[in-house]
Design a binder for this molecule. Structure first.
Ligand SMILES: *Cc1c(COP(=O)(O)O)cnc(C)c1O
Length: 371
């Protein structure tokens, strides 16, 4: 048996006719960048997410960069975020000239530890950028309180969490801006790159629509330094089809996660992902942690590979220890929880179409590798 981490082909086959028709309609119209498909998609995803405005861009990374720029975050500013995330979060902060300031994560949810944010706030702090990691919302109530008390923006990195809720409210609605990604492996994945920015305010949405087309407020008339960062019409057409299934797929991911939890419940060497109160977890990734650390993990990865089972480490090195951030002068021990988790964690196959039989196969072999 071959079990990939995420089976995009299997999902495509369930919606093939609908997607192919959407693509061929788009080709017939020969309108490839922005246009009607993107506008319709922006309307539909706003409705889905109960958000005010949506602006489609070229990637989730661009969504974060444009979000920071539209809020005028720049050189000499600081933005607080987590060191245990995909590089794009901190990269976006660096791109606008600001400094990423890391705060350690909670051992339970692996999201930013809200209790440790206040001590990192300085006169230069302009925003908090929480990441809703692996599909579970960060502690938005506490984060909103801190942001309000210190007059900071919140930009949510919801790249892995479109559809997840905190106290019944969809993520990306807590901050002034929320960013999502349509990278194929995300819960709502396109067939290429894409991203989108949600915002509460019309003024910000209007500015973002200028920024994504080179800063032009009218064609060939430029008022700011912008970007070429637009959502393709083809991606929008595909995403419009897929959006209709997102809740169903997120539920299937959740159910598959519960299966794993039962299957692993007897294995003492494993720490399972936690689901916190008042949050819906949509499991972009299902991660297990090996108490035995790197050596045990290495053994499991190799054994799984021999059995045809894919697994990936998200993430092997926290951002503060990455070479690219050496200028921040962090050292080992600065964020002990993130550092420990990085030695333990492993993402195992989970996608909406995974079968119980496949999950049993994965769980059986992980158990066997552990002895
Ligand atoms: C995927 C991801 C991004 C970037 O999205 P792209 O569309 O790949 O540019 C940003 N932040 C997090 C947490 C992500 O997982």
């Amino acid at each position: 048996m071959q079990i990939p981490l995420n089976d995009l082909k299997k999902q495509y086959l369930t919606i093939k006719d609908e997607v192919n028709k959407a693509i061929s309609d788009c080709l017939d119209k020969a309108n490839f960048v922005l246009g009607e498909a993107v506008e319709n998609f922006e309307k539909e995803i706003c409705k889905y997410n109960n958000s005010n405005f949506a602006v489609g861009v070229a990637s989730g990374t661009d969504a974060l960069v444009l979000a920071l720029q539209v809020l005028n975050i720049k050189k000499n500013d600081e933005v607080i975020t987590t060191p245990f995330t995909f590089i794009a979060t901190a990269e976006a902060i660096y791109r606008v000239g600001a400094k990423p300031v890391f705060v350690d994560i909670k051992d339970s949810s692996l999201n930013i530890d809200a209790q440790k944010i206040q001590e990192k706030i300085t006169k230069k702090t302009k925003a908090i950028m929480p990441v809703h990691l692996f599909g579970q919302p960060a502690d938005m109530e506490q984060i909103c309180k801190i942001a309000k008390a210190n007059n900071l923006h919140i930009i949510e990195d919801a790249a892995q969490s479109l559809g997840a809720e905190y106290k019944g409210i969809k993520v990306s609605n807590f901050g002034i801006i929320g960013c999502v990604s349509f990278y194929p492996g995300k819960n709502l994945g396109g067939y290429g790159d894409g991203g989108l920015i949600f915002t509460k305010e019309k003024e910000i949405a209007d500015k973002l629509k200028i920024l994504r087309v080179h800063g032009a407020h009218n064609r060939y008339f430029y008022i700011v330094h912008g970007y070429n960062s637009r959502l393709d019409a083809l991606q929008a057409a595909i995403l419009r089809v897929k959006l209709k299934y997102l809740d169903k797929w997120n539920k299937a991911r959740y159910n598959a996660a519960q299966n794993y939890k039962k299957l692993f419940s007897e294995i003492k060497q494993i720490i399972l992902p936690t689901e916190e109160k008042n949050k819906t977890h949509i499991y972009n990734m299902f991660t297990v942690r090996f108490k035995g650390g790197e050596k045990v993990r290495e053994k499991v990865i190799n054994y799984l590979q021999q059995q045809g089972i894919s697994s990936v480490i998200h993430y092997p090195l926290p951002l503060h220890l990455q070479k690219v951030y050496s200028f921040l002068k962090h050292k080992k021990g600065d964020f002990p929880v993130a550092e420990k988790v990085a030695t333990q964690i492993l993402s195992i196959p989970l996608y909406p179409e995974i079968t119980l039989k496949e999950q049993k196969y994965v769980a059986y072999h992980i158990g066997k590798a552990l002895g």
